[in-house]
Design a protein around this ligand. Sequence first.
Ligand code: ZN
Ligand code: ZN
Length: 188
Amino acid sequence: MARAPKGDAALPAFKYFADPVGVGVFEKSDQPCACCGKARGWVYTGPVYSEADEAIVCPWCIADGSAAAKFSCTFNDTGQLYSHPDNEDEPDPDELAEIEERTPGFENWQGNYWYVCCGHAAVFLGDASGEDLQGRWKSALPVVFADAEEILEDLQENLDELERGGSPGVYVFKCPHCGKLGGYFDMD
Ligand SMILES: [Zn+2]
Ligand SMILES: [Zn+2]
């Protein structure tokens, strides 16, 4: 029977973050984790909000909350929430604590805030390229730019040129309840 290669242990799943490897916040590395001390083959490379932001931590110590507890850090900032324009109910504080303390963060311009829909935190899918916004994530556009028609018009004229990490950055989320896409944008 074939053995799993070292370092390819199944990564933990995150309820509110669909694909940390695809988004690029988990990377293969032999560096040991500053929290558990183990070199498990993967490290987290996204934002950390604390004084210990140089600490390298592994995905497992994010998932079980031990990195947040050890370094008094958070990975996302739910102090500001974006909501679907038809439903601005706020989620339960437990959901927001899971996003801050047990969910990886992602790079953006002004701070990685979260998106809510149907009174619950939505699942982060990724920052969109122009191709995403013309294809798989097209339905997010009218929600993301509901209050910014002029920016949307400018963006639509140059959609082919929008790259991930560009400006505006478009952060796409999916509501686990109604299934609709939404999210928010920010600019450099
Ligand atoms: Zn660890
Ligand atoms: Zn919804």
